[in-house]
Write a protein that binds this ligand. Sequence first.
Ligand code: ADP
Length: 321
Amino acid sequence: MTVVDREQIEGLRAIRAFLKVRTSYDVLPLSYRLIVFDTALLVKKSLNILIQCGIVSAPLWDSKTSTFAGLLTVSDYINVIQYYWQNPDALAQIDQFKLNSLREVERAIGVNTIETVSIHPLRPLYEACTRMLQSRARRIPLVDVDDETQREMVVSLVTQYRILKFVSVNVKETQMLKKPLRDLHVGSYTNLAIAHMETPVMDVIHMLVKKNISCVPILDSQGTVLNVFEAVDVIALIKGGDYEKLNLSAGKALELRSEDFPGIYTCTINDRLDTIFDTIRKSRVHRLIIIDEAKQLKGVLSLSDILDYTLNSSLGDDGSQ
Ligand code: ADP
């Protein structure tokens, strides 16, 4: 075993130990806002609120029963889009959809329903991470029970990004992760879902659903990466309940992005997790697109890939974690 190997293992051990002694409460800032949607809200209104607030998901609250009703995410809007695509004549009905109709929509198109996984904010972060990895959720609501009323309360939610950023800020041993990506089993390199500027955006949305992924790289005819269509891009696409824009090409759809779109992040297989954690610390990265010197697509490194590697990769010959 080389020094680099040993340090990599030590770095991973330190991160795992850290995640086991910290809780979701530790990740939350002292002061924060929480936007919760009543399930009686119209779907099209919820879209506008997300856009105005610059967020992409919200916990749902059923005020009839005073209970937490799951987490509304971009996948739910994608389900509405699919429903529309299968039932284009139902536009008037879709226009009146409330958030509590989403379960019926999901049943009608035969997909998974709204994410209901949650965690108590005092449970170790490690557990929040494993729950997200198991359910493939990218964020998890923190749900507590009020001592006096015994009612559920949604405290906040944590995302994979927030947790990885918290690690990058607080665990100096991330600097020991010096093995290049090419020597690690992390990320996806084969059977990549890709599209071109002229691909109909609906084809791209179908790819997101079929593969349960959150991004599709957009390439030119030479395989050079030009952009990335992200699942969150559908929010701008159906803003205000207007479904006409679903007929656009991927390239045109990307022009609807807000001015402050931060851009896409790339890396190469020679990059190491120490520098990737640095990038996570400094910027709101949602994934890294792996390219070569000629900007040709090589792979995708998602936050869930990084989290999975950090938590679950083997640490030695005995296979122990
Ligand atoms: P996350 O769960 O972090 O948001 P994704 O949903 O994008 O990430 O990724 C889920 C899994 O699918 C990851 O293992 C990732 O490497 C892989 N993946 C992401 N995008 C693509 C793609 N366009 N083609 C193939 N696999 C992908």
